[in-house]
Ligand binder design. Structure first.
Ligand SMILES: Cc1cc2nc3c(=O)[nH]c(=O)nc-3n(C[C@H](O)[C@H](O)[C@H](O)COP(=O)(O)O)c2cc1C
Length: 383
């Protein structure tokens, strides 16, 4: 087991990360309405990538117009190609690997964005978010089309200069919804028992692996268990992970709000109520996933990493790589300060003043509004 986060890592496809630090995916909600990246977003990404992450992940990019949850970047058609190329360039500006995260929103798409009647999901069951609308159930043709859309977005990413893609199978998006007995109540070949619920995520993984081609990265982000009653359990996630490793994934990215508390994101996105880790029966999901993949691919630990000691602990918990989101969001020079042993200089909270957040933290103004709209999520100065 490696405990020095500055050591390089060679992934299964052959790509090499120069160190174990990963810039975690962060949606900005600040792209233009057509899914094209803005200059402010590029500046925000480049500034963080320049500090030398081994791998930098983009904000999540939609693969299909009917599954948009954010005013974020798209990877859904040729209208996005130039935008994707500039995102790839920004993410690779610090010499690290650049990976595009791709998603579909399903029942957590934003109704105002996808239009009446187009919000679709595995089953016609609303999400646990307050005021959620009921989606319609996808038919088989739509399911096949969505698998193809993930493949096409992967091909687009590679052509744009990314080193690979990460499939967003976590945080209650469509890939997660198909895996979940809460969200997937289908009675055809795409739902029912666990094997049938896993059929869609595995088909997407195969499509992405094929579209990426040899030497390119395909990773999968997973919520390791659902904190909600009747959700899937760690053992269900482990069954998926085992088969993803067989499908040639380069890594499994374990999405937790805090890796030490084993705390996954709740579907209602309440950041003020901690999730009780009931679905893992007290086991560490990161260690359990590491044991199942058994060296076939890497494991990324994420959640609550702020210091080099945190990173070492995340590696000791079973990660091969360690991702951080809020720390480099708040302080764009976070990683450079860790490397320079200047931890005491790291800014740990967003300023109270809205304009100061945009200016001092190099965050697009529309993203600032989105961050401030969710109290308790991002630490603030003087709080
Ligand atoms: C502003 C913001 C946007 C996020 N957007 C995404 C996203 O697009 N895709 C994703 O998988 N996770 C997203 N996350 C979750 C983070 O990647 C990460 O899992 C979470 O913040 C816990 O890590 P941290 O404690 O280092 O912040 C987002 C987090 C933040 C703070």
């Amino acid at each position: 087991m490696i405990d020095d986060p500055w050591t390089p890592l060679r992934l299964a496809s052959g790509a090499v990360a120069q160190n174990r630090f990963v810039l975690a995916p962060m949606t900005t909600d600040a792209s233009d309405p057509g899914g094209v990246v803005t200059p402010e977003e590029l500046a925000y990404l480049r500034r963080r990538a320049m500090s030398g992450f081994g791998m930098a992940l983009s904000s999540c990019a939609y693969v299909h117009d009917d599954g948009r949850s954010w005013y974020g970047i798209g990877a859904a058609g040729p209208e996005h190609d130039a935008s994707l190329a500039s995102v790839a360039q920004a993410l690779k500006a610090g010499g690290g690997l650049g990976v595009l995260q791709i998603y579909d929103g399903g029942r957590i798409s934003r109704p105002a964005m996808v239009g009446g009647g187009r919000m679709r999901a595995p089953s016609a069951i609303p999400s646990a978010r307050p005021g959620a609308e009921t989606p319609r159930a996808m038919d088989e043709t739509e399911i096949e089309a969505l698998i193809a859309a993930f493949g096409a977005a992967t091909a687009r990413a590679i052509a744009a200069g990314f080193d690979g893609v990460e499939l967003h199978g976590a945080n209650h998006y469509t890939l997660h919804q198909f895996s979940s007995p809460r969200a997937n109540r289908r009675e055809d070949g795409w739902g029912g028992d666990r094997d049938r619920r896993l059929r869609f995520p595995l088909a997407v993984a195969r499509a992405a692996r094929e579209a990426a081609g040899p030497g390119r990265i395909v990773g999968y982000r997973i919520t390791p268990f659902e904190p909600e009653p009747d959700g899937y359990k760690l053992d269900d996630a482990l069954a998926l992970v085992d088969r993803l490793a067989q499908t040639g994934m380069d890594y499994i990215h374990v999405s937790l709000d805090n890796f030490r508390l084993q705390q996954p994101q709740r579907e209602d996105r309440s950041y003020l109520v901690p999730s009780a880790p009931t679905g893992s029966d007290g086991r560490s999901p990161i260690a359990a996933i590491r044991d199942v993949v058994a060296g076939r691919c890497a494991v990324i630990a994420c959640g609550g990493v702020r210091t080099v000691d945190d990173a070492r602990d995340a590696l000791a918990a079973g990660g091969d790589l360690v991702a951080a989101a809020r720390a480099p969001l708040v302080d764009p020079d976070w990683l450079a300060k860790l490397r320079d042993r200047a931890e005491g200089d790291i800014t740990t909270g967003l300023p109270q003043d809205r304009d100061a957040i945009a200016e001092r933290c190099a965050i697009p103004p529309l993203m600032v509004d989105y961050l401030l709209g969710r109290p308790g999520w991002i630490p603030r100065e003087g709080a």
